[in-house]
Design a protein around this ligand. Sequence first.
Ligand code: HEC
Ligand code: HEC
Length: 85
Amino acid sequence: MRKGFRTILLLMVVLSVFGCYGYRAYIGLHGKSIRLYPDIHEAVTEDRKCLECHHPDNPEGPPTPHPNFKGCINCHNDEIESDKN
Ligand code: HEC
Ligand code: HEC
């Protein structure tokens, strides 16, 4: 009985650590879509370009918490709900 309770407690701790906002990118979740700001992001596809505006050293837009990631577009190009257009 007691052992089962500890297992559940441990599981909850582990889940809450991974559920923490700052770690979401590291388990492969998607971030906000660049399609929220189509004017700014039009025709931008290369990581190098994204970092020109989002690198934390000299951000022109909001700085990225993960400048070393590759394939920005894979996580930041989701479709947005059509009623926002
Ligand atoms: C010309 C500079 C520029 C380039 C290039 C650029 N961005 Fe942005 N980006 C911005 C600016 C400025 C904003 C903020 C828009 C606003 O808040 O009105 C923004 C907003 C964002 C946001 C939303 C942030 C938030 O908190 O709402 C994400 C995510 C993002 N960009 C990712 C990218 C990715 C990925 C790329 C490459 C495909 C990219 N950006 C290329 C300037 C740029
Ligand atoms: C594995 C998916 C993934 C990749 C690859 C990725 N991101 Fe992100 N990004 C996220 C997630 C998820 C967030 C939300 C904040 C967090 O949990 O770290 C985020 C947050 C951001 C933000 C802050 C705006 C916000 O929504 O809080 C910017 C700017 C950004 N990313 C830019 C980039 C750039 C530039 C690249 C390429 C160098 C990149 N991202 C690559 C998933 C990713």
